[in-house]
Ligand binder design. Structure first.
Ligand SMILES: Cc1cc2nc3c(=O)[nH]c(=O)nc-3n(C[C@H](O)[C@H](O)[C@H](O)COP(=O)(O)OP(=O)(O)OC[C@H]3O[C@@H](n4cnc5c(N)ncnc54)[C@H](O)[C@@H]3O)c2cc1C
Length: 369
C-alpha cells in the first residue's frame, strides 16, 4: 500500500526526503515558500564541504560516507573531488580521534605536508595535517535543485506556498489545506518559530567570505580545509567564486528571518585575519564576494529527526542542521524513510527529549563573537 506525505521545506533536508520518498513510490506533496535552494535558506550557498571526519563520532562518519555515494549517484558533477585537509593544532585532539575512526571504517586518510596542498601555507602552529583525499566540495544550490527536480520527475507534486501547521494538517497561505498519512516539517531556521513549543533551536547569523586569488588557488587542485581548534573552514576557488573563508565563530542571534542581510564587519575581520595567518600569500587579498547565512543550532549539535510528541508518529520534525547538515541530506533521507514508515525505530540521538547532552563537537570547536 502506498503512503502519502507532505514535506514542507525545499532546503537540502526536505528536498532529499521528497526525492527519496517519491522514488520509493510514496505520494509526495512538496511545499516551499520560495524556491529550492533560495538565497535565504541554509542550503542556498554555492558550495558546502563534504567530509567524513567527526572526531570520535562514528555515526556521522558513516552517514557522510554514504551521502557521498548518493550525491555522486544523483550527479557526479555535483562533487568537486578536491579532498579536505584538517589543520590539527594538537597531536592528540579531535583530528587524531577522526583519524582513528576513519581508519577503522576503511575511509581513506593520510597525514600530509600541507605545503604540498596549498600554494602558500603557514603550518607553524600545526601538529599535523590530515587529508581526507576522497572528501570534497559539493555544488550546494545546484544539488538542492537537482534533488527537488528529481522528486518531481519521480511523481512529487511541488507547491509554492507558505505553510503553517494546524495539528496534523498543513494550512497554506492560499487557503488550501493539505492532509496526508504523514507530514514532515523541514523548514530550517523557520522551524524555531513554527515549533517553539517543542523545539529548542538557536538561530545565529553566519557569514562566508570570498577572496580573489590567482589560478593556483583553484579547486579541485586546492582542497577544502577545516581548522577545528581555530574555528574556521574554507576551500580553494570553486568555479571562479573566489577562495572561501568561513569563520565558525558563533555570530549574533537572528531575531527575524525577514531581516536585511548585511555581513558582519567583525566576522569579516575574523576571516581576513585567518586568511593572513594561514595562507600568508593571501594577506590583503581583495574581498570579491560574501554571503549571509544562518545556523539552526540544537543544544548538542545533533540534528532533529523526530516524531512530534503530539501526533502518534504522523507529524515529523526534520532540521536543527547545526551548521553541518548539508552533506548528510540524502543519507539522512534514506534512513528516515524506514523511521517514518515505522519499519525501524528512529536513531535515538536525533529524537526530541531531555536525553540530549552537549557531549560531541561535530563542526569545529567554535567560539562566540
Ligand atoms: C555559513 C554556513 C556554512 C555551512 N557549511 C556547511 C558545510 O560545509 N557542510 C555541511 O554539511 N553543512 C554546512 N552548513 C550547514 C547546512 O548548510 C545546513 O545545515 C543545511 O543547509 C540546512 O538545511 P535545511 O534543509 O534544514 O534548511 P534550509 O536550507 O534553510 O531549508 C528550509 C526551507 O524551508 C522553507 N520554509 C521555511 N518555512 C516554510 C513555511 N512556513 N512554508 C513553506 N516553506 C518554508 C524555507 O524557505 C527553506 O527553503 C553550513 C551552514 C552555513 C550557514
Amino acid at each position: 500500500m502506498t503512503s502519502s506525505v507532505v514535506v514542507v521545506g525545499a532546503g537540502v533536508l526536505g528536498s532529499s526526503l521528497a526525492d527519496r520518498l517519491a522514488r520509493s513510490g510514496w505520494g509526495v506533496t512538496h511545499v516551499e515558500q520560495f524556491s529550492p535552494g533560495h538565497v535565504r535558506s541554509g542550503s542556498g550557498d554555492e558550495s558546502r564541504l563534504i567530509r567524513s571526519s567527526h572526531g570520535d563520532d562514528e555515526l556521522h562518519a558513516r552517514m557522510s560516507r554514504r551521502a557521498l555515494e548518493l550525491w555522486r549517484e544523483l550527479d557526479p558533477r555535483l562533487v568537486s573531488p578536491a579532498g579536505v585537509a584538517w589543520f590539527a593544532r594538537r597531536a592528540d585532539g579531535w583530528e587524531a580521534a577522526s583519524e582513528r575512526v576513519l581508519t577503522r571504517l576503511g575511509i581513506p586518510n593520510e597525514r600530509v605536508d600541507p605545503a604540498a596542498l596549498f600554494p602558500s601555507v603557514n603550518a607553524d602552529d600545526l601538529a599535523f595535517t590530515l587529508l581526507e583525499p576522497e572528501a570534497g566540495l559539493l555544488r550546494a544550490r545546484e544539488g538542492v535543485r537537482a534533488l527537488a527536480d528529481r522528486a518531481v520527475a519521480a511523481g512529487a507534486q511541488r507547491v509554492t506556498a507558505v505553510a503553517r501547521p494546524d495539528g496534523e494538517r498543513v494550512v497554506l497561505d492560499d487557503g488550501r489545506v493539505l492532509e496526508a498519512d504523514h507530514v514532515v516539517w523541514a523548514c530550517g531556521a523557520w522551524m524555531a518559530a513554527l515549533f517553539a513549543d517543542v523545539l529548542e533551536l538557536r538561530i545565529t547569523h553566519q557569514d562566508v567570505f570570498y577572496f580573489g586569488a590567482d589560478g593556483r588557488w583553484a579547486a579541485p587542485d586546492v582542497p577544502g580545509w577545516v581548522d577545528f581548534d581555530g574555528a574556521a573552514y574554507g576551500m580553494g576557488d570553486l568555479d571562479g567564486r573566489g577562495v572561501k573563508v568561513g569563520p565558525d565563530v558563533e555570530g549574533p542571534g537572528v531575531a527575524s528571518m525577514s531581516a536585511e542581510r548585511r555581513n558582519s564587519p567583525e566576522l569579516e575581520r575574523v576571516a581576513r585575519a585567518y586568511l593572513a595567518h594561514r595562507f600568508p600569500a593571501l594577506a590583503g587579498a581583495p574581498l570579491v564576494g560574501s554571503r549571509v547565512c544562518q545556523y539552526e543550532l540544537t543544544p548538542d549539535e545533533r540534528f532533529v529527526v523526530s516524531p512530534h510528541p503530539a501526533y502518534g508518529g504522523r507529524v515529523w520534525l526534520l532540521g536543527g542542521g547545526s551548521g553541518h547538515a548539508f552533506k548528510h541530506g540524502p543519507a539522512l533521507a534514506e534512513r528516515m524513510e524506514s523511521w517514518i514508515a515505522g519499519s525501524e525505530a528512529p536513531e535515538a540521538c536525533f529524537t526530541l527529549g531531555d536525553h540530549r547532552r552537549h557531549d560531541v563537537q561535530l563542526r569545529t570547536a567554535g567560539t562566540k563573537l
